[in-house]
Design a protein around this ligand. Structure first.
Ligand code: ZN
Length: 401
């Protein structure tokens, strides 16, 4: 596609063309507006220009371009393979998770915020992907998610009780190279949809302050309303799941511009895969009930002006379904364009990367997705009709032939 006259710049193991390449689309939704019959020119890993076409662009005129999508809640290193021994599991996980990374790219997701892993397998993956040694979305990772001591589990590097321990574990994650902090502020995960608050307000506040003091942001997981109330008041940058939030908490989120990442679809995944995951019938009822309450809370929060970011909470075999969350957002009252913003401009802002991600604009990283159909008319076009994906100026998925 690129002419052979391009000079190559070698950086460590990588070389990439620095010459410009131009792509023609039926339309380009740049994150804010729609350009009809437009071209995007890339230069190296950045976008150089969006606008009218000239010269002989690469023909993608059957498709509409949207920015590379951002999934702000994944667990890329969660793999279902019980043949892997506990000793050495971290290394095996990094190998097996390549599949999750590849499937994620195929959905048009070129960046993820990965919220919790063991043995820093997430940091290893992030670095291999950044180094060009593994195919996958750009990863921003959290290392170990903080948890309180709970019965039945031995001590683990992520356990913290009380303010000093919370501060220590946050600092350990940052020291290890994490980009984000993740805190489990309530019970609830997998088939367990209880939402008992775990960390206190004081502990959450300590985690937020320790993260922010080191220039990092923090996501607080809470299945129930009590943890959400305290996570918002403690200053969390995003609140995950958070079903049954009361009106005061929702109003406070809108006022503080706290991002809501409801992750409705991951429980749909658990319902669909209940057999494979050995969930009892009761769990399916609980999950379905939770999904409805989660959707109702999302609807209320959106109507109240809370900002949303798209997070799949993908684990195991859910990769490849990362963007199905957008369908729930439309059910919660968003237009397809508003839903798209949760996975582009809003998500980039949550990451603090609005100048380089989430939009097709001069100077941004060249992350582009070509979809077949009109994504502003039908969100299913984004979910099911991704045909071509570019990440950092490189074509990583091509199903146009
Ligand atoms: Zn999660």
């Amino acid at each position: 596609m690129t002419p052979m006259v391009c000079p190559l710049v070698a950086v460590l193991l990588l070389s990439f063309p620095v010459c410009a390449a131009t792509y023609r689309f039926a339309a380009v939704w740049d994150g804010a507006k729609l350009w009809k019959d437009a071209c995007v020119t890339t230069q190296g890993n950045r976008i150089q220009n969006v606008g009218a076409c000239s010269g002989t662009p690469v023909d993608l005129s059957r498709y509409t371009a949207i920015p590379g999508l951002i999934d702000v809640h994944t667990h890329m290193t969660y793999v279902l393979d019980n043949r892997v021994s506990q000793a050495g599991r971290g290394a095996a996980v990094v190998y097996l998770a390549q599949d999750n990374a590849r499937k994620t790219l195929e959905t048009g997701v070129t960046t993820v915020r990965d919220l919790g892993a063991s043995e820093y397998a997430d940091i290893a993956m992030r670095d291999l992907i950044n180094g060009g040694q593994m195919a996958g979305p750009r990863m921003f990772v959290a290392g170990y998610g903080l948890q309180i001591t709970r019965g039945g589990r031995g001590p683990s590097p992520n356990t913290a009780d009380g303010v000093p321990e919370v501060m220590r574990v946050v600092r350990q994650q940052v020291g290890a190279g994490s980009d984000w902090i993740k805190m489990y502020g309530s019970t609830g995960s997998g088939r367990d949809v209880t939402g008992y608050q775990t960390f206190t307000f004081e502990e959450m506040k300590a985690a937020v302050d320790a993260a922010h003091a080191l220039g990092k942001r923090i996501a607080i997981h809470t299945y129930g309303p009590d943890g959400a109330r305290d996570a918002v008041r403690a200053g969390a940058d995003s609140v995950e799941h958070a079903t049954d939030m009361d009106d005061a908490t929702i109003a406070e989120m809108a006022r503080r511009k706290t991002f809501y990442v409801p992750t409705i679809d991951h429980n749909r995944y658990y319902v669909d895969n209940a057999r494979r995951l050995n969930y009892p019938p009761k769990a399916v009822d609980d999950l379905n009930d939770y999904i409805q309450r989660n959707l109702a809370t999302a609807r209320k929060a959106f109507a109240a002006g809370v900002r949303f970011a798209m997070g799949s909470d993908a684990v195991y075999t859910m990769f490849g379904e990362n963007t199905r969350e957008l369908g729930w957002f439309v059910k919660a009252g968003m237009t397809p364009e508003e839903a798209l913003r949760t996975a582009t401009t809003n998500a980039a802002e949550l990451m603090g990367m609005e100048n380089s991600l989430g939009a097709i604009r001069a100077g941004s990283l060249a992350d582009l997705v070509a979809v077949e159909g009109d994504p502003l008319a039908d969100i299913d076009v984004v979910i099911h009709k991704v045909r071509w994906v570019m990440k950092g100026g490189e074509v990583v998925v091509d199903k146009t032939k």
